[in-house]
Design a protein around this ligand. Structure first.
Ligand SMILES: [Zn+2]
Length: 223
């Protein structure tokens, strides 16, 4: 496929206006991503510091939140961009939309020491053609969905390697949070990525959850 052809493929009409799928990102989407990343980092920081009790030691809480900013923001933003990139490569208009209620739930649960991460999602819109609209196939939805957890596994492994080379709490947290994000999103339930991968191909889902779960256990056991 030539460069010109590819470019043509990636410029699609959405809702009456034309967008370049490679470069287009609205200010609202950027804001949604930044706000979600910051709130999620706050929730992880509180949960990892022991929930309510964390506020008794504010100096430690601030350090853990600072580290979570790096680990969570990277993991979360790249997870969502992974979905968005694959969807756009398939020629679908896709954008991240924040879910304020999900962010409040994440903050609320963090006070009890755990995180329920549903800050929002990448929405994928049907493609408009002269014959009508085309929705992505089950296979394409599966591939778009697996891109998120796969990104977290890559980041998790990078943090693990860094932690082996130069042991540091930041790297341990980075590995733990990213592997956890992958495991959580692979749960085959509701709007989570796992449900869409499971519907597409149960074998691939099984390999993904077994590999990710194994890595999660190994990280807990050896690091
Ligand atoms: Zn996802």
């Amino acid at each position: 496929m030539g460069a010109g052809q590819r470019k043509k493929h990636l410029v699609v009409s959405h809702g009456g206006y034309t967008v370049n799928l490679d470069t287009e990102m609205k200010a609202k989407e950027l804001r949604d991503l930044v706000v979600s990343a910051l709130v999620l980092a706050l929730a992880f920081g509180i949960a990892l510091s022991g929930g309510f009790r964390a506020f008794n030691q504010p100096s430690i809480l601030v350090i853990v939140i600072g580290m979570a900013m790096v680990a969570v923001s990277l993991g979360f933003v790249f997870h969502e961009l992974g979905h968005r990139l694959v969807a756009r490569r398939f020629g679908y208009f896709a954008e991240f939309i924040m879910w304020p209620m999900g962010l409040m739930v994440a903050l609320g649960f963090s006070l009890f020491g755990f995180v329920f991460a549903a800050p929002g999602a990448v929405m994928i819109y049907p493609r408009a053609t002269i014959w009508g609209t085309i929705s992505p196939s089950r296979e394409k939805i599966g591939l778009i969905s697996i891109a998120g957890p796969a990104t977290n596994i890559c980041l998790g492994v990078v943090f693990l390697v860094l932690d082996v080379i130069q042991p540091a709490l930041l790297f341990t947290l980075g590995a733990r949070i990213n592997i956890w994000l992958a495991v959580f999103n692979l749960i085959p339930f509701g709007p989570l990525d796992g449900a869409k991968i499971f519907r597409w191909n149960k074998g691939i889902w099984l390999i993904a959850i077994a590999g990710t779960g194994g890595l999660f256990a190994a990280e807990r056991f050896f690091f």
